[in-house]
Design a protein around this ligand. Sequence first.
Ligand SMILES: CC(=O)SCCNC(=O)CCNC(=O)[C@H](O)C(C)(C)COP(=O)(O)OP(=O)(O)OC[C@H]1O[C@@H](n2cnc3c(N)ncnc32)[C@H](O)[C@@H]1OP(=O)(O)O
Length: 177
Amino acid sequence: MRVFLSEFRLYLCNHVISNIPSHRFRLWYYRKIMGFKIGAGSAIFMNCKFDCTKGLTIGDNCVINAKCRLDSRGEIYIGNNVSLSEEVICLTSDHNEDIKGIYDRSKKIIIEDYVWVGTRAMILAGVKLEKGAMIAAGAVVTRNVDCCNVVAGVPAKQINSRPQDFNYPTNYKRLFQ
Ligand SMILES: CC(=O)SCCNC(=O)CCNC(=O)[C@H](O)C(C)(C)COP(=O)(O)OP(=O)(O)OC[C@H]1O[C@@H](n2cnc3c(N)ncnc32)[C@H](O)[C@@H]1OP(=O)(O)O
């Protein structure tokens, strides 16, 4: 019964709640029913998917754009003023290839303040994106990214760096999105 209720809560989250065009209602469900910690002024746009309850912390004034997948089985920590573009994937769990059979392992993802992640980028388990890092569209990030570095490609490598100017607003909400 416990497993059924837990799976049903996740089903509702990913297939019903995520389709409701109300930021306020979705945030209520994510905070109260899913147990996510979400700061003031942050928004999670429609059709985002999650792999479990709890394990997700999002700071203030962040935007998680539509169709992102946040797998918080190994915990995801997101600081303040972070922007994840559409269809970004953060994966904290995989299988340990060194052991015969299938053995799950999970590692925490940390995304610090003012990080911007481009569309369809993928952040893998154990990665830390330091303050102000920028991830190009479509990058697969397998290693930590230093403060203000811009990385692109598969696997992601540094292509540039950006100025440490963090005095800009990052949060916004759009109707019916
Ligand atoms: C919040 C929102 O929803 S915003 C909407 C979402 N927008 C996006 O996802 C767009 C993300 N933007 C990008 O990916 C951009 O390419 C940026 C910001 C990462 C880099 O832009 P710039 O600094 O102008 O880089 P620039 O275009 O000069 O390219 C530098 C090099 O990196 C390469 N490069 C740039 N972007 C990428 C990419 N996504 N993947 C692979 N290589 C890339 C370029 O080909 C170039 O290589 P070269 O020097 O060998 O020719």
